[in-house]
Design a protein around this ligand. Structure first.
Ligand SMILES: [Zn+2]
Ligand SMILES: [Zn+2]
Length: 253
């Protein structure tokens, strides 16, 4: 007797949940049955997906989806971002914050599957990264060694896999030149100072081979003041790249 594929898949998933139980990131509920692998339907409501109109420069939400996007808003009017535009998927609070923390601090590489589900809600992302070179924001070597992976690398890979039609590829052409304090406790000005001149082109994987009109998209987990992404964009613009934009999974509002 041939079991339909759907039933086989369900059986396999049930067996997998039994051996490797999943937990809701917020309430700890075992093997949640919602849309996401690591969020139960009750906690899913705290995932604030930024689907409405936004400022395409700083990704600030500005109104409902029926409104057109704007480029430059009251929040970013006095900012001198070095990137041309930015794209963020959710607000950095509730479930999104837990997803990022799980990925970053709790060796939660499995969480990118849920991040991919969020990314799929933005079909326009395929255009945003079309033929792009994705450049993950690098960690300092000491931190990378401790964490064993860079969360921005994983998010960049997630984008490539989620939108194969975009023909985007990843090139790690930046490196951190010095250790920086964590940005989380700093105010906007201190954040800019903290990351100033903290990046350079990676020597081993030089950007020399890339045409200067390449669509470069910097990839980070969270965009807060935009200081880190802007500092990285500055390095790339200085080395002659014409189009440098930013992507972050979450945006601190
Ligand atoms: Zn829950
Ligand atoms: Zn703005």
């Amino acid at each position: 007797m041939k079991l339909p594929f759907k039933i086989l898949k369900m059986l396999a998933e049930t067996a997998l949940d039994f051996v490797f139980p999943r937990y809701c990131l917020l309430c700890g509920k075992i093997n949640p049955k919602g849309e996401y692998e690591h969020l139960c339907p009750e906690c899913e409501v705290s995932l604030r997906i930024l689907k409405g109109a936004r400022c395409t420069l700083c990704s600030e939400p500005i109104g409902p989806e029926s409104m057109p996007n704007i480029h430059g808003c009251p929040k970013c009017i006095d900012r001198k971002f070095q990137f041309d535009k930015s794209f963020c998927l959710c607000a950095f609070d509730g479930a999104a914050r837990e997803m990022v923390h799980e990925l970053k601090y709790r060796t939660g590489a499995h969480i990118v599957r849920d991040m991919a589900k969020v990314a799929k809600k933005f079909p326009e992302l395929a255009d945003y990264i079309r033929n792009a070179v994705l450049v993950p924001i690098p960690l300092h070597a000491a931190k990378a060694l401790k964490r064993r992976y860079n969360q921005s690398d994983l998010i960049a890979s997630m984008l490539v896999k989620t939108f194969p039609e975009s023909n985007a590829k990843i090139r790690k052409i930046l490196r951190r030149t010095r250790k920086t304090a964590t940005q989380t406790t700093l105010d906007r000005e201190s954040r800019a100072d903290n990351v100033k001149d903290a990046f350079a082109l990676a020597k081993a994987k030089s950007a020399e081979t890339l045409p200067k009109n390449t669509n470069i998209v910097l990839v980070d987990d969270v965009m807060t003041s935009g200081a880190t992404l802007s500092e990285c964009a500055k390095i790339l613009k200085k080395s002659g790249f014409k189009s440098v934009s930013a992507f972050a999974f979450a945006r601190r509002l």
